[in-house]
Design a protein around this ligand. Structure first.
Ligand code: ZN
Length: 291
């Protein structure tokens, strides 16, 4: 299926699919029993659920900057890791997506990382024929929240497995790392919302224009099935904080008719939410093409 796009205010938005991944269903739904979550997303024979790694390219008509939000898991995994996570590039892949949308790697001027877990930043670098690490986006600056950088470079034992040295070290040595604070504005109409429950300093890019707001919700809401408040990932470092952040955020989203752009949902690119009777529900499933 063709990739979607939209124009919102001063920005052109393009869907960039980077590939599919499977993760343990139990870990993805925390305390929620499988009998409940498996009605929303079926599990395979190893209890894994299928997800995708959907990124967003933003071209500013004012500054000419071309931003990419996250870049997927990349190609540095060995066969064993490819198998564990069932990484699949057969239907969706980063270079194909860029090409289809009329861009190439060198066009990207800014990469905004929501956070540095391996399924969000692996595409930054790749191994060449000699096994050396190379940079995929030669002209890009890397924007990471300063508190997130602190945690990514000094992780606790529970989060260490998500921060891979092959991903983090080259970013550190690139000379192009830009640490941003919680209230950073990239340019007029492009800012971030901070959500610390999943990992400290996770930043969710927010695009405003033409009286519309789109938020790239990353791991605050990985799929539409995660909408009920207590459906919080076991992967989250601070689940109670996620609960509070999610409630506050979703109320704002429902009230202001925000479009929520989903990174990991295989079937739903974007949604709008409703809040009735103390419950959040999916009001509309849509794609960038529908804006
Ligand atoms: Zn994550």
């Amino acid at each position: 299926m063709a990739l979607s796009k939209a124009v919102v205010g001063n920005f052109e938005l393009y869907t960039i699919e980077t590939g599919d991944i499977k993760l343990d269903g139990g870990a993805m739904f925390g305390v929620v029993p499988k009998t409940l979550w498996s009605r929303g997303i079926p599990a395979d024979e190893k209890n894994r659920i299928s997800m995708t790694m959907r990124c967003l390219l933003i071209k500013s008509r004012v500054t000419g900057k071309i931003y990419l939000i996250d870049n997927g898991v990349g190609t540095k995994f060995n066969d064993k890791m490819m198998d564990i996570y069932q990484i699949d590039f057969s239907e969706r892949e980063l270079s194909h997506s860029l090409q289809e949308q009329g861009f190439n790697f060198d066009d990207i001027t800014d990469i905004i990382f929501t956070h540095l877990h391996f399924d969000h930043c692996g595409g930054t670098t790749f191994f060449d024929d000699k096994g050396n690490i190379n940079y995929a986006f030669k002209n890009a600056v890397y924007h990471v929240n300063e508190r997130h950088w602190e945690t990514a470079t000094n992780p606790n034992a529970r989060e260490t497995a998500s921060f891979l040295p092959d991903n983090i070290q080259p970013i550190k040595e690139s000379g192009k790392l830009n640490l941003v604070n919680d209230h950073h504005i990239f340019e007029s109409g492009l800012s971030t919302v901070i959500a610390n429950g999943h990992t400290l300093g996770q930043q969710l890019p927010k695009i405003d224009g033409d009286n519309k707001t789109i938020v790239f919700v990353a791991d605050l809401l990985p799929t539409h099935v995660h909408l009920p408040l207590p459906w919080v990932m076991g992967y989250d470092m601070r689940p109670i904080e996620t609960l509070k952040e999610k409630e506050l955020f979703m109320k704002q989203a429902a009230e202001n008719n925000w479009y929520l752009y989903l990174e990991h949902d295989l079937d739903v690119e974007m949604l709008k939410v409703s809040y009735d009777d103390h419950k959040f529900t999916v009001a509309e499933k849509l794609s960038l093409n529908d804006i």
